[in-house]
Design a protein. Structure first.
Length: 325
């Protein structure tokens, strides 16, 4: 920036001595000629003036990140252990408050919306179980998990469905200027879902989309695209066996504040599948409605009664530390 010389409000004699004048310092400063700005000075001043809003925004973002980080460090999330998996007992509103601070803190975090099928997968696969336990937050998506928590005497406040949670995050993003990247399913379906989400939540920018049919060789390219988009949120819809492990593997490299698996949510948003009526959701029969639409899920759904019988049989063992086989 240009440098300006300050007038002292004094005059020099021929002998070089300094005498105070009768003019006040303020009057002298006003009376002093203002140095002319050359083209270089004007350019430098203009660049600084244009950069000022960005600098202020950066400072505000850093302050928000610091505040959010401190909030998270002081927040003790109530949890219940179901076969070693630490499920959050927070309500939807409390979960939203927590995740808002997660995003503002700008630290890569994996949010898992878990159900009984995933718990049972963890009991058979030690690496999958470890992944569930080491994620940043596990919310009770499945009705079976809500029932199990109540059955062992540590009830959660309510079910937190991943589909509803994603919509709440998009809604919050409108007020906070967040952006989201959608990854998974076919390119046609993901683009249809993106268009509908953008129309429903115009304040939350869709930073990009990419289909989910890619292998390990394509991982670097997909990750590079997501990093270049710099979204606040990344929603991933891939198969049950690859979705969460992929997020866990690349969470730090992706650098996205909030990464969450959403299963078949994009198919519902795009209109390819229908969500269960509200009354069936309240009766905790959403899984049955989905089975009617996708009979191929029958074998997978057999795990639900197995989970219930195991919880009833194991009783107090359900909440004790668990080491998978």
């Amino acid at each position: 920036m240009s440098t300006y010389n300050d007038s002292k409000g004094s005059s020099k004699t021929e002998a070089g001595s300094i005498h105070e004048t009768s003019i006040s310092s303020t009057d002298t400063a006003l009376a002093a000629p203002v140095p002319e700005l050359n083209s270089d000075s004007e350019a430098t001043f203009g660049e600084a003036f244009e950069a000022a809003p960005e600098a202020i925004a950066l400072a505000d973002a850093m302050e928000e990140a610091t505040t959010a980080t401190e909030w998270l460090e002081n927040r003790n999330v109530p949890k219940v252990s179901i076969y070693g998996v630490p499920f959050s007992r927070m309500s939807m509103d409390e979960t939203m408050e927590y995740l808002t601070n997660v995003i503002e803190a700008k630290r890569p975090s994996q949010i898992i919306t878990a159900n009984p099928i995933m718990v049972m997968m963890g009991l058979e696969d030690s690496s999958f179980h470890r992944m569930l336990c080491e994620s940043d937050l596990v919310v009770p998506d499945g009705a079976g998990v809500v029932w199990a928590a109540g059955h062992v005497g540590h009830p959660v406040k309510e079910r937190v469905p991943g589909f509803d949670l994603m919509h709440r995050l998009f809604l919050e993003g409108e007020e906070r200027g967040w952006s989201a990247y959608l990854l998974g399913t076919s390119q046609e379906i993901i683009d249809e879902a993106a268009a509908k989400l953008q129309a429903q939540y115009p304040g939350t920018r869709i930073a990009g989309t990419h289909h989910g049919f890619f292998g390990e060789k394509e991982d670097p390219e997909v990750i590079a695209r997501i990093r270049a988009a710099r979204p606040h949120m990344l929603f991933v819809a891939r198969s049950a066996t690859t979705q969460e492990p992929w997020i866990t593997r690349y969470k730090q490299e992706l650098g996205v504040p909030l990464i969450m698996g959403v299963g078949g949510s994009f198919d519902i948003i795009a209109g390819r599948l229908k969500r269960a009526p509200v009354f069936m959701q309240k009766l905790r029969l959403e899984w049955f409605y989905r089975l009617l639409q996708q009979p191929s899920r029958f074998r997978r759904m057999l795990v639900l009664p197995q989970f219930a019988l195991k919880v009833i049989r194991d009783k107090e063992k359900v909440t004790k530390p668990y080491e998978p086989r």
